[in-house]
Design a protein. Sequence first.
Length: 205
Amino acid sequence: MSGRFITFEGIDGAGKSTQIESLVANLRARRLQVEQTREPGGTPVAEKIRALVLHEPMHLETEALLMFAARREHLAARIEPVLTAGGWVVSDRFTDATYAYQVGGRGLDAGKFEALERWVHPNRQPDLTFLFDLEPAIAAARISQSRNAGDRFERERNDFFTRVRAAYLARAQHHPERFLILDATETPEAIRVRIEAAITERFFK
Ligand code: TYD
């Protein structure tokens, strides 16, 4: 069997992390080879790019180029080899995040985004993408309860996240075959059950 590529998306504070842990544990319990990873990041070089892009102020096109540079490395060094070997890759974010944050949130030209997407992965998209949908105000409240000062993105205002959320939903409408939209206000247990059901339905029937 060829590998599967699963991604998790949503605005900051939507609650992806817990669900990623559960899904990875579930897949490993099925004796599958699973790589858990994240973007930007996932390889030593891409993690260095992550440190830069999350913390240094820069032009929005520089930001978009760095996201795709990190992704190019991540695909070559980690994602594609695992998929080729028949393993599963579960990633916290991928290209949908660039569409949502850089195009939707920052206003990057959509044609430039498309050119980069075509350049970096013309023949690869996730097999399934879980989009955690949530009102920005609720997400912001969750973030302020939980942690530190946050990165450049977490410090953005609600209107930024309103645009990011709208762009995610638009992207999901364009790719209904691979997106599953989850109501991130549901309990973690309810969301976990939905994710498992979707995985079983799609890959194990
Ligand atoms: P994430 O790992 O979800 O943050 P954290 O570990 O702090 O929860 O994502 C890092 C940030 O990078 C997040 O705010 C979204 C942003 N991002 C983009 O703006 N564009 C991208 O292409 C990607 C992958 C992430």
